[in-house]
Design a binder for this molecule. Structure first.
Ligand SMILES: [Zn+2]
Length: 439
């Protein structure tokens, strides 16, 4: 019957549509896999068409991590994902007992600390499942003592972004993560050439280091300073130039200047502050010392930031003429002086070109290095080689005798005399004396 036939067709159309809708919401495609090897971890990222529903477990001998993706289908080429990672040997599929579940297996070289989490769509990426494999044994951090038994000053360098996080992308397609790493590597070389300074790269390749981990690594390396390198971006292509940022605070710059002037005294007060804070039963003292340490760190950050601005001005336009303050996670390691340097605007086509230029990168790195050098020559931490080789001077004021000066710097009168070629013990007001190293 004509009527019946039409009705039947209608039913089949409806059924067909139901199937389409059901399959669109049920089958989650695993579209691709990326592997990011880092010195102490490896990140494996699965791209999916929808938010992943998953379970995972580990197996031993051989070490494997098994991930079950519910209602999923694998479309990713698994073999080509692994380049030369020393942790993940192979990614393969396996059969799951449950229908519609895709089982993928990571064959690993060892057992690792595993962290598995979802990432929501962001930027160029969609839904992701991330697997971080961390080495269990911490590699021993090299001690930075040099031949003369005096330690090196350690500068931790963070090349902004990396791996899954490209940072800003320039109009010509430049990735911020690549520029920051190149400048960081040039800065590392310059720092390591100078005796008494030692650079530690918090990121040395194309992988992502999360904020907490950066601080952990910087602390482990006993960093005296943390420098983050970035390139700015803006919705308009107009802005250009560099800027230097540090942790926001309610203090005025004049107060910081005061802190800097009293650095030596404050530094003495803070010697062993960490130990005292840990051990004291006096809460007020602990709070006061912790507060002081934080202030000291902030004042040092500000002091260093001023040096950076001064040097950058010589090689590039400045977007901000003074160090700027901002509340940033990366700057929150309150016990290590930290600054963030925006080397220029990648969103400005001319500046993007310059930032890609190796000679310009070298100029920026040199400017930052000079700031490091000047800052630590003036403020070498106790026990460092730079502190030991620093030439100190003292201007004699009224009422000061040679023995008073000698006592103040804990050197003998004889040594003080010979350092200054003095024949007698007579010194005059306003005379500048070279202060030799303490005995
Ligand atoms: Zn950035």
């Amino acid at each position: 019957m004509r009527f019946k036939k039409v009705a039947q067709n209608m039913v089949s159309v409806v059924v067909f549509w139901l199937c389409l809708v059901a399959s669109a919401s049920a089958i989650n495609d695993i579209k691709s896999v990326r592997v990011w090897p880092a010195p102490d971890s490896t990140r494996v990222v699965f791209d999916l068409s929808q938010k992943p529903d998953f379970k995972y477990f580990s197996l031993k001998s051989p070490h494997r991590l098994v991930i079950d993706f519910k209602n999923s289908k694998n479309l990713a080429p698994l073999m080509s994902a692994i380049k030369a990672d020393r942790r993940v040997k192979k990614i393969r599929s396996s059969t799951s007992k449950k229908k519609d579940t895709t089982r993928l297996v990571l064959e690993m070289a060892d057992s690792y600390r595993v962290s598995v989490f979802r990432l929501a769509p962001a930027g160029q990426y969609g839904n992701r499942l991330v697997i971080d494999l961390y080495d269990k044994q911490n590699k021993t951090i090299a001690k930075h003592d040099n031949s003369r038994g005096k330690r090196d000053i350690v500068i931790a360098i963070v090349a902004g972004h990396g791996g899954e996080d490209p940072g800003s992308i320039g109009t010509a397609g430049t990735y911020e993560k690549k520029i920051t790493l190149k400048i960081a590597q040039k800065l590392e070389k310059l720092i390591n050439k100078k005796p008494g300074l030692k650079a530690v790269m918090i990121r040395s390749g194309d992988y992502y280091v999360n904020h907490n981990r950066k601080t952990v690594l910087a602390r482990k390396a006993k960093a005296d300073l943390l420098i983050s390198i970035h390139a700015d971006a803006f919705t308009s292509s107009k802005p250009n130039g560099a800027s230097v940022w540090l942790q926001a605070t309610r203090r005025a710059d004049t107060e910081f200047t005061h802190w800097i002037q009293n650095r030596e005294k404050n530094s003495e007060l803070l010697g062993g502050a960490g130990e005292t804070i840990k051990k004291t039963k006096d809460d007020n003292l602990a709070i006061a010392l912790a507060d002081m340490k934080k202030e000291y760190t902030m004042a040092s950050s500000y002091d260093f930031a001023k040096h950076v601005v001064k040097q950058l001005k010589k090689v590039t336009k400045l977007h901000k003429k003074k160090p700027e303050r901002l509340s940033l996670a990366v700057l929150k390691s309150s016990d290590i002086p930290s600054v963030l340097i925006e080397t220029g605007f990648i969103s400005n086509p001319q500046e993007e070109k310059r930032l890609n230029n190796s000679a310009h990168q070298q100029k920026l790195a040199k400017a930052i290095y000079t700031a490091v050098d000047h800052y630590f020559s003036r403020n070498p931490p106790d026990g460092s080689l730079l502190a030991a080789s620093r030439v100190r001077e003292h201007k004699v004021s009224r009422g000061e005798s040679l023995s008073v000066v000698a006592q103040r710097y804990k050197v003998s009168v004889r040594k003080l005399k010979s350092a200054n070629n003095l024949k007698s013990n007579v010194v005059r007001i306003g005379q500048t004396l070279k202060i030799p190293q303490a005995d």
